[in-house]
Design a protein around this ligand. Sequence first.
Ligand SMILES: [Mn+2]
Length: 322
Amino acid sequence: MVQPAIPEALDFLREHHYFLIVGHVEPDGDCLGAQLGLCSLLERLGKKALALQEGPFDRPETEAFARYFTRERPEEVPGEAVIVLDCSTSERISERYKPLLARPVLVIDHHAVGETFGTVRFVDPRAASTASLVARLFPALGETPTRREADWLFFGLCTDTGFFRHCESGFTEVFETALFLVSRGASPKAAYQAMFGNRSFAQRKLLGRLLQNARSLHGGRLVIITQSRHEKEEAGPNVRSSEELYSLYQTVNGVEVIVFLREESDRLVSVGLRSLNDFDVSDVARRFGGGGHKLASGFTFQGTLEGAFGLMLEVFDRAFQG
Ligand SMILES: [Mn+2]
């Protein structure tokens, strides 16, 4: 049995009839799967719902989702309500959709830290994914997910658990949700293929290159990987390998934190942070205006690649000595 949804969220869904469903910028599988699953549920309940997303859909596992989303928000409809998914703060919402926060807003999220925005909040940090929370809405509203809805939500759950690799003992909620979705037709095999298959040759070459760029610091506790703009351009548009990069370096003996610095322009570096255990990387990300979870977070650095590298050295010199 999946856990119950909170009554306030159910009332919000019952009361309104026209919904705009918003996620975060640079959407991942959890955000997209949760948006589509919820949109489809609301339509089946006889409501009007539109999933808004401007992408980019440039990860190999999210490309196929693009066609289900609308980019521009339509003319305002009287009484319209907004649902924000998978956003720990309103900063995670694209500028294009931020004006929508003036409407009644239901926030559905599973991040532990964040800003308390929205009219009604259905937030459970014990849930492994936002898709898990959307899954709870189905039985609570007397509905059963269709195969397609189950696939979307299962994909979200698989994304945020790294296909169950990040689940520790006691994470029974994950498997209760998985059982619920797989028994409604979700295919683990299809989800695995969608997550890890469908890579291009260029992607594999890039991965090889970035593996070479990694530096091991603090006796192997810290790994910093850099990608220059030149390497990014050489790989071609929409070629990313960051998640695989993290998972490969996570298998290295003694590693605690992995930092991936990607030069976006000569004054902008995106910083991705992953922790394996106790180190809370969301702390670091928040200090520099970013966000995320304890084990996965990120921020944008205004400056050069060398500057970002230096900053990370400074931060972790202090952190690992203290
Ligand atoms: Mn999520």
